[in-house]
Write a protein that binds this ligand. Structure first.
Ligand code: ATP
Length: 375
């Protein structure tokens, strides 16, 4: 069984049990990535000295919709000498799609696992739907949906059975119509009676989303939901994710695909080495940390570079292309006209808008491979 499946199974078993001793007994196969998950070890005593500071204690009481769906303040998580999460703060408002981005090892999964109630933080505050994740999770677990990283369904269950079974684990009995409705929501109506092992990657992820929705969650964690899918399947899943959001579900999306975050997220936090290095809407981040627009003189080479520089244009060579940055969109026409007046041998000329990828290169310096952040 793959580690990711074990994590899914761990969550499944955790979901079913509320008593910490029971949880400890259920997790029999600790693996390195999972060994710190709550329930895979004896639960340490709650830190009585933990305090909510000036805001006072708000455990579970009150109207959870009156405050952020996720509220993180000064959160840290240390593994021995590794500061996986190093003092991050953010809020996610109701109905928002929030995306955590960052290169491998940035601390995204650790953050999400804390917010899913699977790990205790080392210090700081983390509240989900108004409760302290360290001790109040039992009250909200049924209102939180999770699609774990690399989710794999049970091969020998059909979607119709898997959804009903999952609901049962959450102490819910769904009617046949409710199960069919969920399966329809994720676009699997014509695959409802196909063994999961015979579903495509995209269909399996859709099934995972259907399973995460059995409790009619207010908040859904989607941890790299489209990793490994082909571009068509990714776009189909984006449609489903947008639909969830349009119905008012708050979504925390973790992804390595920058275009995915740019397309879907209202708000993005870029993590690196456990810290949030930039935060804002994709458009704001691009405006602040991207470099506006650029004009690419494809194939113009060294000769083209010399020619444009001779006319006082600031340009750089990227491979065989000459790239001219145009910070202000209003300057674009003037610069295009100027470049057109220079005799440059080139294959093609096109303009390019800065993207989240450029923001990444500026802030994190992460390499990209086919649009995906690399280690
Ligand atoms: P990826 O994109 O590769 O999934 P990530 O941003 O999700 O990475 P994390 O998985 O949260 O990052 O890991 C952050 C850091 O903490 C890494 O250095 C990782 O090796 C370390 N780490 C994560 N889990 C554990 C663990 N259980 N024990 C020790 N170190 C861990």
């Amino acid at each position: 069984m793959r580690v990711s499946q074990k994590r899914a199974l761990a969550f499944l078993q955790f979901a079913d049990l509320t008593d910490s001793d029971q949880r400890s007994a259920v997790y029999l196969r600790p693996v390195s990535r999972l060994s710190g998950l709550k329930g895979l070890r004896a639960r340490r005593p709650y830190n009585q000295s933990f305090s909510w500071g000036h805001r006072g204690r708000r455990d579970g009481g009150g109207d959870p919709t009156a405050e952020p769906v996720i509220d993180v303040r000064g959160l840290t998580k240390h593994y021995a000498d590794i500061k996986a999460v190093d003092g991050i703060s953010f809020e996610v408002e109701k109905g928002q799609m929030f995306s955590l981005l960052g290169p491998n090892g940035a601390g995204k999964t650790t953050t999400v696992e804390i917010l899913e109630g699977l790990r205790d933080p080392t210090s700081g505050e983390a509240r989900v739907l108004g409760v302290d994740v360290r001790k109040g999770y039992g009250k909200i677990r049924n209102r939180v949906g999770v699609l774990p990283q690399d989710f794999e369904p049970f091969d020998r269950l059909k979607p119709r059975e898997a959804v009903a079974y999952w609901a049962h684990l959450f102490d819910r009995t769904l009617t046949k119509e409710e199960v069919a409705g969920l399966i329809r929501t994720v676009g699997l109506a014509d695959r409802a009676d196909t063994l999961a092992m015979n579903l495509s990657g995209g269909e399996r992820r859709r099934l995972g989303i259907a399973m995460s929705l059995v409790g009619k969650p207010k908040l859904v964690f989607l941890d790299e939901p489209t990793t490994g899918l082909d571009p068509g399947a990714r776009r189909e899943l984006w449609g489903l994710i947008r639909q969830l959001k349009s119905e008012g579900t708050t979504i925390l999306l973790t992804t390595h695909y920058l275009d995915e975050a740019e397309q879907l997220a209202d708000d993005v936090a870029i993590m690196n080495h456990g810290k949030i290095v930039a935060r804002g809407s994709p458009a704001d981040l691009i405006a602040k940390h991207g470099q506006g627009h650029s004009i690419v003189l494809a194939g113009a080479g060294e000769d083209g570079l010399s020619a444009v520089r001779a006319r006082g244009v600031v340009a750089e060579l990227q491979g065989a292309d000459v790239v001219v940055q145009v910070p202000l969109a209003s300057d674009m026409r003037r610069m295009l006209e100027k470049l057109a007046s220079i005799d440059i041998p080139l294959n093609e000329i096109y303009t390019r808008r800065a993207s989240l990828e450029d923001v990444f290169l500026n802030l994190v310096g992460a390499r990209m491979q086919e649009g995906v952040l690399a280690a």
